[in-house]
Design a protein. Structure first.
Length: 518
């Protein structure tokens, strides 16, 4: 992809030709994304073209390890077989070359030429082939997108602007140089620069109309060329909201923004006048607080659930996660597998679009950047790993809610807000769904905990004398009057209960019979 801004091509093209060139393809809306589950990938660390499972990758060196778009395409079944219905890949644009004090641009965020592809990951044909393979599996494709800045391997005071490609090859395309010093003032963190004297990130003037036109046309072109279904937008608060709202209107697709704040009202305001949705960092802080150890009462999660429900425009299209490339993995904070299981159940089956960072299914335990950017191939893509199997079962249960839905992209399951039906210090039971429900039972007491219960769980929306199954263990039981059932939590293990008849869904997917029908 060699992309020229509209101002550089308009003179050579008639109005109708230009419109055809830059009109966005049919991308996916927020309502269409609501039912999806996303697997997040750092391309350089997921799969190599040669298929190696032994090639060394020392995360502390912060260099390219050889992952490619073609390698990812070759391993898509590893993702699809877990039941994920979308993938999110790291930025595709050309970045700085060479190794600097901060490392190499293996992650893709240090872009230098947004109009060209990152050749480390492959060719234009490779990216198109990956997109086709994703869509052939009925999955969506999301790409990471950086509009806030370019990258320069040195002090901000020494940037040679003419080294950048048009329209970024003049100083006028950027805010005047100053490093961010005050994150409480928008005028400072939106106009000054990220980075340092080892690697500075020149802050693009996203109020400049030529720049606005460039990025809007870029987004439409990427959707057209690579059939992209959505964008994850980096550093959303560092760019004025007006830029994002205009960008989303132009590309007409789902955009999800990233900001590290724990302040629910602040972050959810972006969903009103900027982007479709945001990564649910307020919930992430609560998940970490509860599941990193067994000292916090698990019912604290109910406050986060209720706060989001009353504060945010639509929590069901926010991105819910336990890990990503910017934070330490949960496995770094706890070595108790039951904590990891319960956290994944909560994130995958609560309100919002679940996002799982690659390697979580292999219980990777890296700390903060760069430790959390391990090479997945060194796991051997183990599909027998306990968390891989857990996620596969959870996604099956969630995807089963699609059965029988006649679509306007609304259904009583996806839009029905999660509610706590039991909230104790040791145990939390949640129900999501209206005409069809999933009931989850979770704890953070750990694998060595004594049995907890029994509990009588009501308000399940199951009917009386129904056969329900724990999709994790495949064990069934029959509900009593009004759908009440009794359960005991053993070994700190989560439970995921739903009506066991899933034959229609299973036959539709060609995967055999459903839970409890074997």
């Amino acid at each position: 992809m060699t992309f020229k801004p509209k101002s550089l091509v308009s003179a050579a093209l008639g109005a109708h030709a230009l419109l055809a060139l830059l009109s966005p393809a049919l991308a996916a809306t927020p309502l269409e994304w609501r039912s999806r589950s996303i697997y997040q990938v750092i391309v350089d660390r997921f799969a190599r073209t040669d298929g190696s499972t032994t090639e060394a990758c020392d995360v502390e060196e912060k260099i390219h390890c050889g992952g490619t778009w073609k390698g990812l395409e070759n391993k898509l079944d590893y993702i699809a077989d877990m039941g994920f219905t979308a993938i999110w890949i790291s930025p595709i644009t050309k970045g700085i070359e060479g190794k600097w004090d901060a490392g190499e641009n293996y992650h893709g965020f240090w872009q230098q030429d947004p109009g060209s592809l990152n050749s480390y990951f492959g060719t234009e044909d490779d990216l198109k082939s990956l997109s086709k393979a994703v869509h052939d599996r009925g999955m969506y494709l999301m790409i990471d997108y950086v509009a806030n800045n370019l990258a320069w391997p040195g002090p901000g005071s020494e940037v040679v602007y003419s080294n950048f490609s048009a329209p970024f090859n003049t100083k006028a395309a950027f805010h005047d140089f100053c490093y961010i010093t005050d994150y409480s003032q928008a005028s400072n963190y939106q106009n000054c620069w990220l980075g340092n004297d080892q690697l500075s990130l020149p802050d693009i003037d996203t109020e400049n109309q030529d720049i606005i036109d460039y990025f809007e046309d870029w987004g439409a072109r990427v959707i057209e060329d690579y059939q992209v279904d959505g964008f994850r937008v980096d550093a959303v608060k560092h760019v004025p909201k007006a830029f994002w709202s205009d960008f989303e209107a132009r590309v007409n697709t789902y955009t999800i923004g990233e900001d590290f704040t724990s302040q629910t009202e602040y972050i959810c305001n972006y969903m009103i006048n900027a982007v479709s949705a945001v990564l649910n960092y307020p919930m992430w802080y609560s998940i970490m607080d509860v599941f990193r150890n067994n000292t916090r009462p698990i019912q604290a999660l109910t406050y986060a659930i209720n706060n989001l429900d009353t504060t945010c425009h639509d929590p069901t299209i926010m991105g819910v996660f336990t890990e990503n490339q910017d934070v330490a993995r949960l496995g770094h904070m706890t070595n108790d597998l039951s904590h990891l299981k319960n956290a994944l159940v909560f994130a995958l089956l609560g309100d919002g679009i679940p996002i799982m960072y690659y390697g979580a299914e292999q219980a990777f335990s890296g700390g903060e950047d760069p430790g959390n950017r391990e090479a997945l191939w060194l796991s051997g893509y183990n599909t027998s790993a306990p968390l891989y199997q857990l996620v596969k079962k959870i996604n099956f249960a969630r995807n089963a809610m699609m059965a029988g839905v006649t679509y306007t992209y609304w259904s009583p399951y996806w839009t029905h807000k999660t509610r706590a039906i039991i909230a104790h210090d040791d145990v939390l039971a949640m129900r999501k769904g209206y005409d069809k429900s999933i009931v989850t039972v979770m704890t953070n007491k750990g694998s060595d905990a004594a049995d907890i219960g029994p509990f009588e769980i009501g308000d399940t929306n199951f009917h009386g004398q129904a056969q329900i199954v724990d999709v994790i263990t495949c064990k069934t039981k029959t509900t009593g009057d009004a759908g009440i059932f009794s359960t005991t939590v053993t070994g700190g293990e989560p439970q995921v209960r739903q009506i066991s008849v899933r034959r229609r869904y299973a036959e539709k997917r060609g995967r055999g019979v459903g839970w409890g029908e074997r």
